[in-house]
Design a protein around this ligand. Structure first.
Ligand code: MG
Ligand code: MG
Length: 255
């Protein structure tokens, strides 16, 4: 069931989204060569604590997961696409890092992700991240009343495929509200004019995931959480929580 939020609820979701945005900004600022993924998780925990916010990630255990998630961020490095568990791994020069973070504030959830490089970036990674951001922007442009979920999916898929990148099937965006994952699902590829109609008061987490090689294959790593590309090529993941309003899309996790 797709829940429509009141304007007051959307304002409350914006407050939760702003905490996520601040956490991601702090994590990106702290990320450098030699900094560990656990240290980045601690940076995000401090922002959430300071805001009086909870984490929808910590202890989360969907059906596919062998263990509850142990952190407030996902930290996915290089060939990891999403759901990376923060470890003692220390970032190296040229790493491509994707950080996903959520917050719960006042009973509402926010969910957002960024990709960036540390140290000297590889040109291929810069292009991959820029394309992911362009796909997200195109998707947000399509997140308007009167369109359908398929228009968002089509916008993402078109940008990614035209740039020659792969898309991991089966993972994508979602409705969001009091819970982090609500209906409807928002695939990263699809047919325009199809799927659930977009209405005033819907809130969606839109999250393109791109694989540099152009192939789509991925698998779960030994930890049961981290999704890695089958061919070892690098991946990028960006996400915003967006409200669909008569006045146009509102990015609730804007930084
Ligand atoms: Mg997320
Ligand atoms: Mg999400």
């Amino acid at each position: 069931m797709v829940e429509l939020k009141t304007d007051t609820s959307i304002d409350a979701m914006y407050e939760a989204g702003q905490v996520v945005g601040r956490a991601l900004t702090a994590v990106q600022k702290a990320a450098d060569v030699g900094v560990s993924l656990l240290e980045l998780d601690e940076v995000a925990r401090e922002v959430l604590r300071g805001a009086g916010a909870g984490s929808p990630f910590l202890g989360y255990r969907p059906s596919f997961a062998p263990t509850p998630f142990p952190a407030v961020i996902c930290a996915s490095v290089n060939d990891a696409i999403v759901h990376g568990i923060p470890t003692r791994y220390r970032l190296r020069d040229g790493d491509l890092v994707s950080i996903d973070c959520g917050a719960e504030l006042g009973g509402w959830a926010g969910d957002s992700a960024i990709s960036f490089t540390v140290g000297e970036p590889r040109p291929d990674d810069v292009r991959l991240i820029e394309t992911a951001e362009r796909a997200l922007a195109a998707a947000i442009d399509a997140a308007v009343v009167g369109n359908r979920v398929g228009d968002i999916a089509h916008a993402i898929g078109t940008v990614c495929r035209e740039a020659g990148y792969g898309i991991p099937e089966g993972f994508g965006g979602h409705g969001i509200g009091r819970r982090m994952h609500e209906d409807p699902g928002v695939p990263n590829e699809g047919r325009p004019g199809r799927g659930y109609p977009l209405r005033h008061g819907m809130a969606l987490a839109i999250e393109p995931m791109l694989i540099a090689s152009g192939r789509d294959g991925y698998h779960a790593a030994a930890d049961g959480w981290t999704l890695r590309t089958d061919d070892g090529s690098r991946a990028a993941h960006v996400e915003h929580t967006v409200a669909i309003l008569e006045s146009g899309p509102r990015i609730l996790t804007a930084r």
